[in-house]
Design a protein around this ligand. Structure first.
Ligand SMILES: [Cu+2]
Length: 705
C-alpha cells in the first residue's frame, strides 16, 4: 500500500506539471481573443481545464492521506507540505479562476463576432484568472522537488527555500499579469499577440533560472566530493536515547562530531587488538588465493571472473562449532585489492575483513591471515569487502558452513545452493546454469542452504514435490518450524535460508528465479537421478517468518529495558555523491561519511527502529551481531525467535529489532544492495573507546564498498 500511495503521488505530480503547463499557457493567451465568440469558447475550454487539473491535484491529496494511514509520522510528515500545495492549487482554481471564467462566459453568451471591448479584455487579463493555472504547474513542480530532496529528520530550511522560491515566482507572475491588465484597462488598446516574443521571453526566464540554480548545484557537487583520507572511527556520533546516557557528557539524542576515543569513558582500544586467538594450532586451515580466472558454466558459457582458488563460487569452507579456524588469503593478481568478510559469522572485529575499517586491503603479492573460533552454527558465506560491489559481482565469494560440534545427523545430504547472476552469462547455481540432477536415496534427510549473492535482487525459490521446513534464517536455527508446501521463498541480497525435508520416493525439484524461472534453472533430486521436471504453476504463497515456528525463550524480548534506542531512517533523494549526480539512498538523511555512527558500550541491550521511507527495498546488514526481530509494522513477531543479520526492509516497512552489544569494535552497518552501499548507504556501529588505524579514501588503498 505504501508503494502504491507513493507511486500515485509521484505520477500525479508529474501529470499535474505537464497539464498545468499547457493550461497555464492557454490561460495567459485568452486575452488575445479577437471576438466575443472566441473569448466565450476559450473561457469554456478553461472551465474544462479547471476540472481536468483538479483530478491529479485531488490524487496528490488522496495519496498523501493514504500515507498518513500508516501511523508512522516519519513516513509522511514532510509530505504534508506537498498536500498543502495541492490544496492551495485547488482553492485557487475553484475560488479565483472558476468564478471569473463563469462571469466571462455570461458576459459573452451572445457570442457576437464583434471585437472585444475594453471591459471584457481587461477581465480576460486578470491575474486571479490566469495565475491559478500557472500555479497548477509551478506548485506540483515544487512538490516534485520537495519529494526528491526532503530529508528526515525534517529540515525547516530545506523545505522553506523551495516554498519561498515558489512564492516569489507566483508574485512575479501576478505582477506581470496585473501590469498587463491595467495597461488594457487604462489605454484600452489591444495587446499585440506576439507568440514568438512570448516564447523567447519564457526561454529567457528558463535560462536565467538555470543560471541561478547552477550556483547551488555546483556547490552541492563540490561539497559531495569525498576527502582523500577518511578515518572510519571519526564521524557524527549518535548516542540514541536510553538509561546509559545519564552518566554521559552528551545530552539525550544529541549528536556531536569528534573522534570516538576523545568522548569515550573507557581506555581507547584499537580494532587490531580485538582479534581472534593469535596463538595455538588451528583445527581447520584453508588457503584462499584471489586471482583472475576464466570460469566455465555448465552450459559452456564462460565468465571472466575474480576467484578464490581459481573457482567461483570459491571452495566451500566447512568447520564445526568451537573449532579454531585459520584462513590465509593471498592476492595473486586482483589489482584493486581483496579481503575476506565472513558474512553472518560474528567473528572478533579484527577478523571481520573490511578494508579501511579492520584491516588494509590485501594488494597483489600480499597476504593476510584470519584466525577465529566459529562460535555459531549455520549457513554463511564469505566475500571480499574491498570494492565489494565489483568484487562480489565478479565472483569473489564462496559458501561457509559451520556444523554443530557433534556434526550433522547421520547420512544428511547437505548442499550449499549459491545463486548468482553473472554479467553476460545469466543466472547460475554455483557453476550450473541449467537443471542439475542429483541422486538422493528416499528417506535421506536433506538440507539445502540457499544463499543469495546478488546485488539488489530479491531471489525467488520454490521447492516442489515434498513438504519442507525453513529450518534456519541467516544462519540461526528456527524453533519448531512447521511444514510448508506450495510456498515460495524470497531471499534478499546476502540473506540465507536453510530448507530441510526428508527425501520422498518421488522426485523433488528446487526451482530458482523469478516466477520460479519456468524450469530453466534448478536442482532436480530423485532416487535414480532421472525424473520429469514438474510444471511450476503460479508463484505460490509467499513465506513470511513473522509468525512461523514456535516461540522460545530468548535472553531479551520486546518488553526488555533497553539501554539504547536508535532510529534508522532509510530514504532516497536526488543528489550528488562524490561529484556524481543520481538517485541516492540515505541513512538518516545522510550518505557516508556523514551518516551517523551508532555509539554503544559493551554489554548494552540496543533497540533500533528501522523505517524505510524510500521507494526500493534495503537489506540492512549489521556486521558482528545478530538482531532479534521484535515487530514489523507494529505487528509483534510471534513465531520462532527470528534472528537476522541481513534484514529485508521493504518500502513503507517499520521494523523494531534488538541486539546485545557483545562484540566490541567498529562494525559496518550497510545496505547489502552493494550498488547502494557503493554510493554512500553505509554507516557503522561503534563501541565507545574503539579506534582504528585504518582509513578509506582516494589516498589509501581501501575502498570497502
Ligand atoms: Cu539499499
Amino acid at each position: 500500500m505504501y508503494t502504491t500511495a507513493i507511486s500515485i503521488l509521484l505520477a500525479s505530480l508529474l501529470v499535474s506539471i505537464i497539464l498545468g503547463w499547457i493550461a497555464g499557457n492557454k490561460a495567459s493567451a485568452i486575452v488575445y481573443s479577437k471576438t466575443e465568440e472566441s473569448l466565450n469558447r476559450k473561457a469554456r475550454q478553461l472551465l474544462r481545464w479547471t476540472v481536468i487539473l483538479s483530478v491529479p491535484a485531488a490524487a496528490v491529496i488522496g495519496s498523501v492521506l493514504l500515507l498518513t494511514a500508516s501511523g508512522t509520522a516519519a513516513l509522511w510528515a514532510d509530505r504534508l507540505t506537498i498536500l498543502l500545495i495541492a490544496a492551495i492549487q485547488l482553492l485557487l482554481l475553484w475560488m479565483a479562476a472558476h468564478p471569473r471564467l463563469r462571469r466571462i462566459r455570461i458576459a459573452t453568451n451572445r457570442k457576437l463576432q464583434k471585437p472585444l471591448d475594453v471591459r471584457l479584455r481587461s477581465r480576460a487579463a486578470q491575474p486571479a484568472l490566469i495565475v491559478p493555472f500557472q500555479f497548477s504547474a509551478l506548485g506540483p513542480l515544487t512538490g516534485f522537488y520537495l519529494f526528491w530532496t526532503s530529508r528526515h529528520p525534517f529540515s525547516m530550511l530545506d523545505t522553506a527555500i523551495p516554498l519561498i522560491v515558489l512564492a516569489i515566482a507566483v508574485l512575479a507572475l501576478w505582477t506581470v499579469h496585473l501590469n498587463r491588465s491595467s495597461r488594457v484597462s487604462l489605454t484600452g488598446e489591444e495587446l499585440p499577440n506576439r507568440p514568438w516574443r512570448r516564447l523567447f521571453n519564457r526561454l529567457g526566464i528558463l535560462v536565467a533560472a538555470i543560471a541561478i540554480a547552477f550556483l547551488p548545484f555546483n556547490m552541492a557537487m563540490k561539497n559531495s566530493l569525498l576527502a582523500d583520507k577518511i578515518s572510519m572511527a571519526e564521524g557524527t556520533m549518535d548516542y540514541g536515547k536510553g538509561s546509559s546516557m545519564v552518566s554521559h557528557s552528551h545530552p539525550h539524542g544529541e549528536t556531536a562530531v569528534q573522534t570516538a576515543s576523545s568522548g569515550a569513558a573507557a581506555a581507547p582500544v584499537s580494532v587490531d587488538q580485538l582479534s581472534g586467538p593469535r596463538e595455538g594450532k588451528a583445527d581447520v586451515t584453508y588457503t584462499l588465493t584471489a586471482e583472475k580466472k576464466t570460469i566455465q558454466l555448465s552450459s559452456g558459457k564462460t565468465v571472466e571472473a575474480w576467484t578464490y582458488n581459481g573457482q567461483s563460487p570459491g571452495p566451500e569452507l566447512r568447520m564445526r562449532q568451537g573449532q579454531l579456524v585459520e584462513v590465509t588469503l593471498i592476492n595473486k593478481n586482483i589489482d584493486s585489492g581483496v579481503t575476506i568478510h565472513w558474512h553472518g559469522l560474528d567473528v572478533p572485529n579484527a577478523e571481520d575483513g573490511v578494508a579501511g575499517a579492520t584491516q588494509n586491503a590485501v594488494m597483489p603479492g600480499e597476504s593476510h591471515t584470519y584466525r577465529f573460533i566459529a562460535e555459531q552454527t549455520g549457513s554463511f558465506w564469505y566475500h571480499s569487502h574491498q570494492e565489494s560491489k565489483e568484487a562480489v559481482q565478479k565472483g569473489l565469494f564462496g559458501p561457509l558452513v559451520v556444523e554443530p560440534a557433534e556434526g550433522l545427523p547421520e547420512g544428511t545430504k547437505d548442499v550449499a545452493v549459491m545463486t548468482h547472476i553473472w554479467d553476460n552469462a545469466g543466472m547460475a547455481i554455483g557453476r550450473n546454469d541449467g537443471i542439475e540432477r542429483m541422486t538422493i536415496a528416499p528417506g535421506t534427510p536433506v538440507r539445502l542452504r540457499l544463499i543469495n549473492t546478488d546485488d539488489w535482487v530479491r531471489q525467488t525459490y520454490r521447492l516442489i514435490g515434498a513438504d519442507f521446513q525453513v529450518s534456519a534464517i541467516d544462519g540461526t536455527a528456527l524453533n519448531e518450524p512447521g511444514d510448508l508446501r506450495d510456498v515460495s521463498l524470497t531471499i534478499t541480497t546476502g540473506g540465507r535460508f536453510d530448507v530441510t525435508f526428508v527425501m520422498p520416493e518421488t522426485p523433488v525439484y528446487l526451482a530458482v528465479g523469478p516466477g520460479a524461472a519456468g524450469g530453466k534453472l534448478g536442482i532436480l533430486m530423485s532416487s535414480d537421478g532421472n525424473g520429469e521436471l514438474p510444471i511450476v504453476k503460479g508463484e505460490g504463497a509467499s513465506f513470511d517468518p513473522l509468525h512461523y515456528g514456535k516461540p522460545a525463550e530468548t535472553a531479551f524480548n520486546a518488553n526488555s529495558a533497553f539501554d539504547r534506542e536508535f532510529k534508522l531512517i532509510l530514504d532516497n533523494s536526488l543528489g550528488f555523491y562524490n561529484g556524481q549526480f543520481g538517485l541516492r539512498y540515505t541513512l538518516n538523511g545522510e550518505l557516508f561519511p556523514n551518516t551517523p555512527m551508532f555509539m554503544v558500550r559493551e554489554g548494552e541491550l540496543v533497540k533500533t527502529t528501522i523505517i524505510n521511507r524510500g521507494m526500493v527495498e534495503h537489506p540492512m546488514h549489521l556486521h558482528g551481531h545478530h538482531a532479534l526481530v521484535l515487530s514489523r509494522n507494529g505487528e509483534p513477531s510471534t513465531g520462532s525467535p527470528w534472528w537476522s543479520d541481513t534484514l529485508d526492509v521493504l518500502p513503507g516497512d517499520v521494523y523494531e529489532i534488538a541486539f546485545v552489544a557483545d562484540n566490541p569494535g567498529l562494525w559496518m552497518d550497510h545496505c547489502h544492495n552493494l550498488t547502494h552501499a557503493a554510493t554512500g548507504m553505509s554507516m557503522h556501529l561503534m563501541y565507545e573507546g574503539v579506534t582504528s588505524p585504518y582509513e578509506v579514501g582516494a589516498d589509501t588503498v581501501n575502498h570497502p564498498e
